[in-house]
Ligand binder design. Structure first.
Ligand code: ATR
Length: 497
């Protein structure tokens, strides 16, 4: 059974820094790549010693800036550095570099001969940093000039379709070793599913050095192994995922993949970043994905790709779960179930009868919130920046509506048993993003219960303010967990308990 190797890219500025990091990750990797381009000038004098120190097969790489690396000096010096790395070959091949990475246009026959004579494999690489390589088999063929090299094609996709193309074309490349990488956030599936691409290896970055290569979309080897169960992915593994854009803050892979581990299922759940939903469906069909979670901003646009949707999904008008059966997709909504369970637990009650609820926002998540409040017998007022959206949603359930601004303060006061916050305000990682509070004009009395569907950060500015006023608060992690459990059941037929 073909399995890709895990390569750790070492971009520290000294050999000892790299060695310390390597020691931390040793158990999760097969190969280390010494990125000489990140070493200081002085350290570059001693690269020949690294394989013996590392005690794992090592790749010698000196990546130029134009190829996505950090090397800025001339080619003559680079050639000397390669020579220094390959010189004085040892009888014990473990003390030599196992591989050297020569770019497509780097042709120094003496170095190539030296590498071959001392059993150092040659990775012949091409990096397209500003767009896809359309004909990948042709490119691979042109890189394999002697028959000894392992060709490597790495490119920065512009859209998810470029990544889909890589998976499609990789099917013709299985007879010989090659390395295939789609970089950046869009390319992440190619790194996790490297074994499906039949790629000789997948590149990873230690968290300690993630600033150096994170723009290339590399993840660390522990996440790759422990969250994505990389070592057990084969051609038979069932693939699930989550699609959305930009898809920065998602806990769903951790939840689903842990479930597969606990129940012994040969499955993996991956992030599929897609700006347009048609690209996500195209990718899923090509790669054989069996089910996907759907998040912002595709929950409504995905509906038109469904053969059938559940009645709940139709009522809510948004779909967060799609399941493939044969060649067709079926749509479900587990957000409503997730929020319903979360609210029941949060409030310790079975329904919302006699409760007046403020729903903040009128987007996809709010559609599920309005549905849930109605189902649980509560009364609600929907507050939104764009009043027409609040009106449309409110009229569906016979609820009140108002604009999300200080002029609606008295209505918020009236509907203040429970607040359900569904907008993206307060979500994010920057100080500016997380300091925002969608109802900063409202003064909490302390008797309100406040549920914010956001879970990054764990406590939004709104929740902090409510808590300080003595309110009962909860973030959206409980909703996420419950909706994921129902989704897990739809995907696998196994109850997540
Ligand atoms: P989701 O599927 O997560 O609900 P969405 O459908 O894009 O995402 O809805 C986002 C919600 O957040 C909407 O209610 C949106 O208000 P508008 O309908 O007026 O766009 C709200 N929202 C997002 N950013 C906002 C902002 N800066 N100020 C006020 N409301 C905002």
């Amino acid at each position: 059974m073909f399995k890709s190797k895990i390569c750790l890219c070492l971009t520290g500025s000294t050999l000892s820094e790299n060695l310390n990091i390597l020691n931390k990750y040793r158990n999760w990797i097969d190969i280390a790549e010494l990125r000489v381009d990140y070493l200081t000038e002085d350290e570059r004098l001693y690269i020949r010693r690294f394989p013996e120190m590392a005690k794992v097969p090592c790749i010698l790489t000196i990546r130029r800036k134009i190829d996505g690396g950090a090397y800025v000096d001339g080619e003559a010096t680079r050639t000397l550095l390669f020579a220094r790395g390959l010189a004085f070959a040892d009888q014990d091949v473990r003390k030599n570099f196992a591989y050297v990475d020569f770019e497509e246009d780097f042709h120094v026959p003496s170095l190539q001969d030296a590498a071959l004579a001392f059993e150092t494999g040659i990775i012949r690489s091409v990096h397209s940093m500003d767009g896809p390589i359309k004909n990948i088999p042709q490119k691979i063929e042109s890189l394999r000039t002697t028959g000894y090299e392992i060709p490597k094609v790495a490119f920065m996709p512009r859209t998810l379709s470029d990544v889909t193309n890589l998976f499609r074309q990789s099917k013709d490349l299985r007879d010989k070793d090659s390395i295939l990488v789609a970089m950046g956030g869009l390319g992440l599936p190619s790194r996790i599913l490297a074994s499906r691409l039949h790629s000789f290896l997948t590149y990873t970055s230690p968290v300690e050095l993630s600033d150096n290569l994170s723009h290339l979309g590399q993840i660390d080897p522990i996440t790759l192994s422990e969250i994505y169960n990389f070592r057990s992915i084969t051609q038979e593994t069932s693939i699930f995922g989550i699609t959305g854009y930009p898809l920065h803050h998602t806990q769903s892979p951790a939840i689903h993949n842990e479930g597969y581990k606990n129940y012994g299922l040969d499955s993996v759940y991956i992030p599929v970043r897609a700006e347009n939903v048609d690209e996500a469906i195209e990718f899923a069909d090509q790669v054989g994905i069996k089910g996907m979670s759907v998040t912002i901003p595709h929950k409504q646009s995905v509906l038109s790709y469904m053969k059938e949707i559940s009645s709940e999904t139709g009522d809510i008008g948004a779909c967060n779960t799609i399941v493939k059966n044969g060649s067709d997709w079926y749509g479900y909504n587990t957000d409503a179930f997730g929020l319903m369970e979360a609210l029941k637990k949060f409030l310790g009650i079975k329904n919302l009868k006699h409760m007046k609820v403020s729903i903040i926002g009128a987007g996809g998540a709010s559609c599920a919130a309005a549905y849930v409040v109605k189902e649980l017998g509560g009364k609600a007022c929907i507050f939104n920046r764009t009043i027409s959206k609040a009106k449309d949603l409110a009229e569906k359930y016979n609820f009140k509506y108002a604009v999300l601004s200080a002029e609606s303060k008295s209505l918020l006061d009236e509907y203040s048993d429970l607040f359900i916050q569904t907008t993206s305000i307060g979500m994010g990682s920057t100080i500016e993003e997380i300091s925002k509070d969608p109802i900063d004009f409202y003064d909490f009395k302390g008797s309100e219960a406040v549920y914010d569907v956001i879970y990054t950060p764990a406590k939004t500015a709104l929740l902090k303010r409510a808590e300080e006023a003595g309110c009962k608060i909860s973030n959206g992690l409980t909703m996420l967990q419950y909706q994921a459990e129902q989704q897990f059941y739809l995907f696998t037929g196994v109850k997540y308990e």
